[in-house]
Design a protein around this ligand. Structure first.
Ligand code: HEC
Ligand code: HEC
Ligand code: HEC
Ligand code: HEC
Ligand code: HEC
Ligand code: HEC
Ligand code: HEC
Ligand code: HEC
Ligand code: HEC
Length: 333
């Protein structure tokens, strides 16, 4: 009933519209206004033949970031339509026509690849992460992509990962109010998400850990693993190989991969013959930190001392030799 009412109303509106422009034949056809569309779609009962809803909540749309837009700015194939009803099947909305930058990054992502190339209908397009008529800005607490809501948005598909992430230190710190702890998009990016087993992804996540853990990054860079990783060779251990990716815990936590009880197992993933002794090796050894790396500290100091005394000895030797040579030359003259 309500829908039929809507249809009738739309027909009248259109009739009025064409009557008023009848005198100005030469004018280019006017694009339908939002009210024209809402005459049918503003009805909460509006449905397709198959019973699924085609209702658009006018208030929700008006409050969204796109509230100022025309329906046909997105539903472009209806921009030139003169008569309703319009065709049943319409073109998909192309968000990238206005958001070129996000569109270009998304184009090269695993999600786009999975959707377009592998034909996985379950892979997300823009609207699966952002919504359609209720899209809000990143600074809006009710937005699906507001920082605190990102794990739930990604987790709606990656439930297994979300479960692990939720118990880890990063999520528990976030729950305790530390907004500096990372969400999915910090480590994976939002639009240019890559398969995580690629070298590029492994290196970029490692760099990302380092943006927050600068000290751990510095000491890691000094070790064999870090030196080699810096050269771009990623088969050695990256942060996530030793700490995990989603269920990361402080070392004192029994679930931590670097907890004293689990450390040998962690090293054994790549060093099959590793034992307790091998695992004593500190992957974050710091030769400037006496308390942490005493032997490295004293070895470092010894080497510094050796360097100074060797150069010192030969320095003095050279000076004496030079003045001796000078004296000798004067004596001969
Ligand atoms: C006369 C009523 C009416 C008007 C006016 C109308 N629509 Fe529709 N629209 C419908 C109906 C009915 C359907 C469901 C068609 C079906 O059965 O699949 C629909 C479907 C749609 C769909 C879904 C298409 C798809 O491929 O699934 C979109 C998008 C849409 N309309 C947008 C608009 C826009 C934008 C306007 C204004 C320019 C508009 N409509 C005006 C009645 C209308
Ligand atoms: C920011 C872009 C944008 C604007 C503006 C927009 N839509 Fe949509 N609309 C979408 C997207 C995205 C979809 C999902 C289908 C698709 O991807 O094409 C959609 C789907 C629809 C559908 C199909 C039912 C549904 O909810 O999936 C209808 C009907 C519709 N829009 C009507 C409207 C009307 C009426 C307006 C103006 C009041 C409007 N749209 C404004 C992006 C937009
Ligand atoms: C896998 C989920 C996902 C998909 C798919 C996705 N986005 Fe996003 N988008 C996000 C997240 C998360 C943010 C939050 C900001 C951030 O971390 O970069 C965001 C932010 C944005 C922003 C705001 C950027 C800013 O700096 O304020 C725009 C615009 C945007 N996305 C557009 C798009 C468009 C267009 C597409 C499709 C080409 C798309 N998004 C696809 C998750 C997604
Ligand atoms: C006709 C052009 C147009 C289309 C098409 C369009 N948008 Fe937008 N979008 C805008 C404008 C304009 C803004 C507001 C920008 C502002 O306020 O700075 C905006 C804002 C946004 C924001 C909020 C950015 C922020 O401030 O955090 C997101 C997210 C977004 N759009 C996503 C999408 C998605 C997803 C689609 C496809 C469903 C889409 N847009 C289609 C023009 C468009
Ligand atoms: C602290 C950085 C970090 C955060 C935060 C993070 N990830 Fe990951 N993620 C990684 C790393 C590193 C890998 C690679 C793991 C590996 O190689 O064992 C990965 C792997 C993945 C994979 C593929 C492998 C798998 O386990 O299925 C998915 C999917 C994924 N992450 C989704 C997410 C989602 C969803 C979130 C948020 C709930 C998230 N990630 C949060 C770093 C992170
Ligand atoms: C609508 C469902 C959906 C949403 C939402 C979603 N993803 Fe995905 N994601 C997928 C699918 C499907 C794949 C491809 C699966 C595959 O081939 O491994 C995928 C792949 C990935 C991969 C690569 C996995 C690998 O094997 O290395 C990562 C990482 C990832 N997604 C992270 C995210 C993040 C971060 C977000 C939120 C910003 C997110 N996803 C949102 C469905 C989704
Ligand atoms: C966006 C910033 C950010 C990123 C990216 C990040 N972390 Fe964290 N991480 C934190 C914060 C904040 C804490 C909590 C510190 C605290 O209050 O104890 C934390 C805690 C930890 C802890 C527990 C020990 C401690 O100092 O509390 C470990 C281990 C850890 N992170 C490892 C990693 C690894 C490995 C990666 C990359 C895969 C990573 N983090 C990426 C911010 C980050
Ligand atoms: C070869 C394995 C390995 C690699 C690679 C590695 N770590 Fe560690 N990490 C450890 C071990 C073992 C400890 C505990 C050392 C100790 O006993 O103090 C640790 C300690 C830490 C801590 C302090 C944890 C706490 O609870 O106090 C943080 C934070 C950390 N690592 C971050 C990182 C980051 C970021 C990277 C990459 C830049 C990284 N780690 C690379 C093995 C590793
Ligand atoms: C993801 C794989 C991986 C993990 C996990 C890993 N390593 Fe390594 N590590 C390597 C590779 C590859 C090399 C270089 C080849 C070699 O020498 O075995 C290396 C080299 C080393 C070296 C220098 C070369 C040597 O063998 O003397 C030390 C020391 C070392 N690792 C200690 C550790 C310790 C301790 C752990 C556990 C806390 C650990 N590694 C975990 C891959 C890993």
């Amino acid at each position: 009933m309500a829908r039929r009412l809507g249809l009738a109303l739309a027909t009248i509106l259109l009739f009025l519209g064409s009557a008023s422009t009848a005198g100005a034949q030469a004018q280019p056809p006017k694009a339908p206004a939002n009210d024209d569309c809402l005459a049918c779609h503003g009805d909460a009962e509006a449905k397709r033949e198959n019973g699924t809803s085609v209702a658009v909540d006018q208030k929700v749309f008006a409050d969204s970031k796109h509230g100022p837009l025309e329906c046909v700015d997105c539903h472009k194939d209806l921009a030139t339509i003169q008569e309703f009803p319009h065709p049943e099947k319409l073109a998909k909305v192309n968000c990238a026509s206005c958001h070129d930058e996000e569109g270009a990054k998304y184009h090269d992502s695993i999600h786009s690849w999975a959707k377009e190339k592998a034909g996985l209908a379950v892979a997300p397009a823009c609207a699966d992460c952002h919504g359609t008529h209720d899209i809000r800005g990143t600074d809006d607490k009710t937005s699906r992509v507001f920082r605190a809501n990102i794990p739930a948005t990604c987790g709606s598909c990656h439930q297994g990962v979300l479960d692990k992430y939720r118990v880890g230190i990063h999520a528990t710190k976030r729950d305790a109010g530390n907004d500096a702890a990372p969400v999915c998009a910090d480590c994976h990016t939002a639009h240019g998400i890559q398969r995580t087993d690629t070298d590029a992804a492994r290196l970029s996540v490692t760099a990302e850990c380092g943006t927050c853990h600068a000290e751990s990054m510095r000491t890691y860079r000094d070790t064999f693993h870090g030196q080699v990783t810096r050269l771009g060779f990623v088969r050695v251990a990256t942060c996530a190989d030793c700490h995990g990716a989603h269920d990361i815990f402080p070392k004192a936590d029994a679930r931590s991969m670097v907890n004293a009880a689990n450390r040998v197992t962690t090293c054994q993933k790549c060093h099959p013959s590793a034992n307790e002794n091998f695992a004593q090796y500190d992957p974050h050894a710091d030769r400037h930190d006496k308390a942490r790396s005493a032997s490295l500290y004293y070895t470092g100091k010894f080497m510094d001392g050796l360097l100074i005394s060797v150069f010192g000895f030969f320095g003095v030797h050279t000076v004496l030799w030079f003045s001796r040579g000078l004296k000798e030359r004067r004596r001969r003259q």
